[in-house]
Design a protein around this ligand. Structure first.
Ligand SMILES: Nc1ncnc2c1ncn2[C@@H]1O[C@H](COP(=O)(O)OP(=O)(O)O)[C@@H](O)[C@H]1O
Ligand SMILES: [Mg+2]
Length: 457
């Protein structure tokens, strides 16, 4: 199942054109010209951070030069260049698709442009007949251009030419979590890999929430979580990201956007958005990782259609947990680890936002679970060839073991890295500067009404 196209406010082609006519949002300078072929930026203090607001209001005095100066070295590509590196957006380079449009694999190096580091990239192309538009493109450029973190996907550049809106990201070899978790054509994700993914994305969200000006991600779900070769998880797709409440305010009020099955109940009913809405969505993904079931599946009977409704009551009962755990794990998980992860999911899924944990507390609770390795060994496996269309069973087991080894190696590396960072911090005694964050224009949404989209089948 792929996510339903992100029809957040049903933007039509005409609406898109209206947006594009707001020349002051992005002036012509954004077109790749020799004067601004690549954006190099110097770090600014948090007070100088640029907000989406400043770019979204008509009459805004800001130009793309201001934007360029504030983004951390984004490349501005021409449409032709992106056409070239994706072989004219060929089908064989197709990686996936959401509401914004199709995503293709490409390769950049200094043959394309002198100085470009050779690497694979993912190019997301705005579907002009689709339901998203300039606002989502701009949100991704502004948020991901200013926020850099190991658990947020890295935006390398963009293209803005005539009606074309494209985004160029680092390529994530293992694609999205939705496919890895729910597609039956590969080996199941082992327990420790699931935990590693949960922890990685929790760190990404905690980073967003703890910025001086917090960012609410708003569309946390498995198809927006990308995995690299070593199953490091990164949060991607910032099209719906928005700014947290300012000053004394407890929430921002917006039209309801997100995905059915993931959006927090209070946000759906009141339109009040807080960082706790992301915590709820995180709880849903954690529950999906535990059970191997999709948050919404209309083909399931009765209450089971909605995973949270059906499984949340069981999460607080350690004796019933085995019954809802993903059978594909074949019992190969730490009982203690599962109990604690389930209790965590239960708290994140509270109907009362104030009873939920903050994402940094979720990180603290998840971290020690990776050390719980009381995982029963897998069953003895005969080397039997599987049917024609699938791999031999033994290969699947080997693959699973390889994955576990990768996870363990990566964990050791990360621990060493953190230890080194701690030592450095003590030496210099300087609080590390954080990446910039911006404030966006939620007013843009207000006029556009509420539409909560459901996952596509
Ligand atoms: N950087 C990437 N590397 C690999 N695959 C990607 C990358 N970005 C997106 N994809 C694939 O494209 C799909 C849609 O991307 P996404 O950014 O979520 O688009 P949308 O904004 O349309 O929802 C993802 O679920 C994933 O399968
Ligand atoms: Mg998406």
């Amino acid at each position: 199942m792929r996510e339903r196209k992100t029809t957040n406010f049903g933007m039509t082609k005409m609406a898109l054109k209206r947006y594009l006519s707001l020349k002051n949002i992005i002036p012509s300078c954004i077109k790749p010209q020799s004067s601004c072929p690549k954006v190099h930026a110097s770090k600014q203090s948090p007070s100088q951070r640029l907000s989406l607001n400043e770019f979204s209001h008509t009459g805004s005095p800001l130009s793309l030069t201001d934007l360029s100066n504030s983004l951390i070295s984004l490349h501005v590509f021409t449409f032709k260049e992106l056409e070239l590196i994706t072989h004219r957006f060929s089908k064989c380079n197709f990686l996936g698709e959401g509401g914004f449009g199709p995503v293709y694999k490409g390769f950049i190096d200094d043959n394309l442009r002198p100085g470009l580091k050779a690497r694979s990239v993912a190019v997301k192309v705005l579907d002009l007949d689709g339901t998203q538009g300039h606002r989502e493109w701009l949100a991704e450029v502004i948020f991901l251009g200013q926020l850099k973190h190991p658990h947020l996907v890295n935006l390398i550049g963009y293209c803005y030419e005539d009606e074309h809106r494209l985004l160029v990201y680092e390529y994530m070899e293992r694609g999205n979590l939705e496919d890895k978790l729910f597609k039956r054509d590969g080996p199941p994700l082992p327990w420790l890999t699931r935990l590693k993914i949960a922890l990685g994305t929790a760190k990404g969200l905690a980073f967003l929430h703890e910025e001086e000006k917090p960012v609410i991600y708003r569309d946390f779900k498995t198809s927006n979580i990308l995995l690299d070769m070593a199953y490091n998880a990164k949060v991607s797709d910032f099209g719906l990201a928005t700014d947290g409440p300012e000053g004394e305010k407890s929430h921002v009020t917006t039209a309801v956007m997100g995905t059915e099955g993931y959006a927090a109940p209070e946000y759906i009913t009141t339109g009040h958005l807080t960082t706790m809405s992301d915590v709820f969505s995180f709880g849903v993904v954690l529950l999906e990782l535990l059970t191997g079931l999709k948050s919404v599946d209309k083909s399931r009977p009765g209450r089971e259609k909605n995973l949270v409704e059906w499984a949340r009551p069981v999460l607080k009962d350690p004796y019933k947990l085995d019954a809802i755990m993903d059978p594909r794990l074949e019992g190969q998980y730490s009982t203690e680890g599962v109990k604690k992860a389930a209790a965590l999911a239960y708290q994140c899924l509270s109907n009362h936002p104030k009873s939920r944990l903050t994402m940094s507390n979720v990180v603290k609770a998840l971290e020690p679970l990776l050390d719980l390795t009381d995982i029963p060994a897998g069953p003895f496996v005969y080397r039997v060839p599987a049917d024609d269309n699938s791999e031999p069973v033994i290969r699947k087991i080997e693959q699973r073991e390889e994955e576990l080894q990768i996870v363990k190696k990566e964990e050791k590396k990360e621990k060493r890295r953190l230890a080194r960072r701690k030592i450095r911090r003590i030496r210099v005694r300087v609080k590390p500067s954080r990446s910039r964050v911006v404030y966006s224009d939620t007013d843009l949404y207000k006029a556009l009404g509420s539409s909560l989209y459901a996952p596509k089948h």
